[in-house]
Design a protein around this ligand. Sequence first.
Ligand SMILES: [Zn+2]
Length: 433
Amino acid sequence: MSSEELIQEFPFRRAGYPAIAWFPPRKTDTMSEVIVAVCSFDWIRNVQVDLQANQVQTSGNRPLHKVKHIIAVASCKGGVGKSTIAVNLAFTLAKLGGKVGIMDADIYGPSLSILVSIGNYATLQLLNGFYWSSISVKLMSFGYINTESAIMRGPMIANMMNQLLTETDWGCLDYLVIDMPPGTGDIQLTICQTISLDAAVIVTTPQQLSFQDVIKGIYMFDKVSVPCVALVENMAYLEPKDMPNKRYYLFGNGKGQKIADDYGIPFMESLPLDPDLCRWSDSGTPAVLVVSESKIAQLYHALASAVVQEIAKRAFGNRSKVPQVVFDSDKCAIVISNIDPSDGNTIHNQVEWSPWELRNACRCALCVDEWTGMERPKHVDRNVKPLQIQSAGNYAFSVVWSDGHQSLYPFERVAHTKVQESAYSNTPASTQG
Ligand SMILES: [Zn+2]
């Protein structure tokens, strides 16, 4: 493999990211190759190679103790292409050099066995011999075991899920991708509580994309302290093959970027409606393996890299950099303290919000019209108080208010400046337009 190709595959290539920290599994073979390759670029100033065995922490309730990171791919509704995305994400992670498994947790409508047929899979290993190693991804789905769809009730489902997850010989994995059943109900919550997920990717489509739905998903993961690291707006547009510069937004422009911004989801991607993808999916082959030079493969590459980066940031990052949020009852203010990242101790600066101001700054679907982006008229009691303040992953905190409202605030939006401060500070209670 040439140095150029090597760099292309290098997931930390994005600007501003140090060229260290994550390597494909065949470490010793690859080490010197990586150093030579990285040094061959004139923009490289300094190469620091950190080779770690990365002992897996057997923390808490994780039964999959040889699995380093577990990623949930979830959607609030069915039919958004979540499983296709889970499969292609898993295979892209494997292309990046990770040891990867994918578990189809949709007992009612298992689709992994259709998207990756075992017959094709054997051939694929040969097809992809030109990668570092042949791409092999461990697969488990109820569909491989039972071709009839399951008629089961709650407890049986939970049992079956548990068996598939914990009794499958996953071996040592860098990433296990869980294709979650659609929705945000008990089954989903059970999965989240059974295994400690590291990150969630939420999938939606423009026409079904509503604040309410995606936010339901964010809140579900929030309950179990799982950060949503990426939002994927699937089937967002069509690029005709003969007119590659044209893009048709068949279902209107989605609101994905707005949600990602509002809720502090670090990565958002719109995926096209791709006939190739559908064709390969139908034939039981992950598209990113066969059309590996295509635009769609590049988009998956970007998604997988972003997910890897976010997980790495959270696993190795300095957690004390997360601002602290407390309610100071003497001042009657919600105080957000930004911690100096250099020592993780000193308070850099503090932003104070009156409860009323912060409650008014809520951007949830009840407070903001999802289509127009306009704030809905609301009356907030001047004496509103926070009953509970909880951090939500590394990116946001949630507040339960005394008027029963629940809000989620990304630090990015409230930890540094008070947005729209003037819009609120002069207006006593009353309505907001
Ligand atoms: Zn709200």
